[in-house]
Write a protein that binds this ligand. Structure first.
Ligand code: RIB
Length: 309
């Protein structure tokens, strides 16, 4: 089993030609409500791609909260760890431009109404899991607690340090696999991360805090795996991007789904790269995440879309 400790948001999404500059007004045709939130997206990816998943988080006692929980139930997620808070459900305002790039502002709401006690109340879920995954959209203390309980119960702890922020060594020392992108790696290490070599040096510095391995996601370039013995670059499956929202979440969820089924780390990384390649060709956060059927047909799907053919 996998436990994800993290955020749930209703994404309010608009598509525009370009992301407005400071002081600029741009027009969009419509506003879509899409199920999102880094924690919930990672949960859905893990569940849709073959993992048995429980989620610990919080939504408000409102319609958006109902809809987010129903979406998780559709993907057979155990939602008994999701608290109904008196705060409103979290909201993310997302602008997606014509090239599929985005800008996101999150109003945390209920996601910030989770306490260490709330996580401890669901210790049994973590105790019954082989993997615990957490992004950073909830209060840091609950992420620290999740990683602490993961260690206590012998789980593989995976931390997706998004959105980027500096983190205490006390937290990093509890992490088995850290999955930053280049910007997050730069903020965490304080070192430049513009080239693979710089990423390797920054990653090695971070590993001094006790992290066992790093998977640095490099967007359309691919990802870079690093542990104390080796470093491996995985080139991406290059496709035309429609919407990059939740591509990183899809990667993290797919990674833990594959690991929970006993796949090796290199195979799990390849699986995650394939899943996120599919997700960037589809709009929205949770709706963009592929199913196992999509993954079985990946080779054919990719043959038709690959950019390098
Ligand atoms: O990573 C994408 C997610 O970030 C969106 O679904 C949005 O809710 C924000 O949390």
């Amino acid at each position: 089993m996998i436990t994800v400790v993290g955020s749930l948001n209703m994404d309010l999404v608009v598509q525009t030609e370009h992301i407005p500059r400071v002081g600029e007004t741009v027009l969009a045709r419509d506003l879509r409500h899409v199920e999102g939130g880094k924690g919930a997206n990672q949960t859905v990816a893990a569940a849709r791609l073959g993992g048995r998943v429980s989620m610990i988080g919080a939504v408000g006692r409102d319609e958006m909260g109902d809809r987010l929980i129903e979406a998780l139930e559709t993907d057979k997620v155990n939602v008994s760890g999701i608290k109904r808070s008196s705060e409103a459900t979290g909201i993310a305002m997302i602008i997606v431009d014509a090239n599929g790039n985005n800008a996101i502002t999150v109003v945390s709401g209920a996601n910030h109404d989770i306490s260490v006690q709330d996580v401890r109340q669901h210790e049994d879920k973590i105790a019954g899991s082989s993997i615990v995954l957490a992004p950073l959209e909830c209060p840091l203390q609950i992420v620290m607690e999740a990683m602490l309980l993961a260690k206590k119960h012998g789980c593989i702890s995976v931390l997706n340090p998004a959105p980027a922020q500096a983190l205490p060594e006390e937290l990093l020392s509890r992490v088995d696999i850290l999955t930053p992108n280049e910007t997050e790696l730069h903020i965490l290490s304080g070192l430049p991360t513009d080239t693979l070599e710089e990423c390797r040096i920054a990653g090695e510095k971070l590993m001094e805090s006790g992290i066992k391995s790093l998977i640095i996601t490099l967007g359309s370039k691919g990802c870079y795996y690093l542990d104390s013995k080796e470093s491996i670059f995985y080139p991406s499956y290059e496709v035309t991007m429609t919407d990059s929202t939740a591509a990183g979440d899809c990667f993290n969820g797919a990674l833990v789904a594959a690991l929970s089924k006993g796949e090796s780390l290199p195979d799990a990384i390849d699986f995650a790269m394939k899943a996120s390649a599919i997700s960037v060709t589809r709009p929205g956060a949770q709706p963009s995440i592929p199913t196992l059927d999509d993954m079985e047909n990946f080779d054919l799907w990719y043959e038709e879309r690959r950019l390098d053919k």
